[in-house]
Design a binder for this molecule. Structure first.
Ligand SMILES: [Fe+2]
Ligand SMILES: [Fe+2]
Length: 197
């Protein structure tokens, strides 16, 4: 058995909890939605956190909830996608975009833990970069290759940048929501104010 994560479908109540906390997931087509729920249930039950609400977003914004960041990226991505489609005729695959927005930071459930009340990198999983661990989990949970690829390459530090409109929307929705979270955190400069990134 892997110490990184275990794919599991969970109890019906746990699947319902994922749907309740990520309400935009309900819009996805059935097979994709069920696989996305399994992915989040797997990340949750494999993590050191007892609830989805207590998962921290970032070591640079430890009081910000991963749940809130994820839903904010989904909200902003939906707005941006609608605008790009309406204004520029961008051809976005709606379910691929929404699933990617909701799943892009799934491995943050596993990468961080709490030690003596402080949020720290989980030593069992910190050997893999953010994005890569999520892509592995999603592939194993049966998500399609395009979503796996988008999640695996979405970080600002990824050496490979996936092309296409879904990657573009995810990038800006993510950074927009991220900078809100970073702006709330003491001592963390939002990306848009940095001069050397
Ligand atoms: Fe991320
Ligand atoms: Fe993110």
């Amino acid at each position: 058995m892997s110490g990184l994560y275990t794919i599991q479908t969970g109890e019906p109540s746990q699947r319902q909890e994922v749907l309740r906390l990520f309400p935009r997931m309900a819009k996805l087509g059935a097979p994709l939605r069920e696989r996305a729920i399994t992915a989040w249930v797997s990340a949750w039950l494999s993590s050191t956190h007892s609830t989805l609400e207590e998962m921290p977003y970032s070591l640079q914004a430890v009081d910000y909830r991963l749940l809130d960041h994820t839903n904010e990226v989904a909200d902003v991505g939906l707005f941006l996608g609608d605008y790009a489609r309406g204004r520029w005729g961008s051809e976005l695959e709606a379910d691929t975009l929404m699933a990617t927005l909701i799943l892009h930071d799934i491995d943050k459930a596993l990468l961080y833990t709490r030690q003596d009340g402080a949020v720290v990198a989980d030593p069992a999983r910190a050997c893999l970069p953010h994005g890569v661990l999520g892509a592995m989990l999603l592939k194993e949970a049966g998500l399609p290759d395009d979503i796996v690829t988008l999640v695996g390459t979405h970080t600002t530090t990824s050496p490979i940048k996936t092309a296409g409109p879904e990657a573009w929307i995810l990038h800006y929705a993510d950074l927009f929501a991220c900078d809100h979270a970073f702006g709330q955190a003491e001592g963390t400069l939002p990306f848009f104010q940095r001069t050397n990134n």
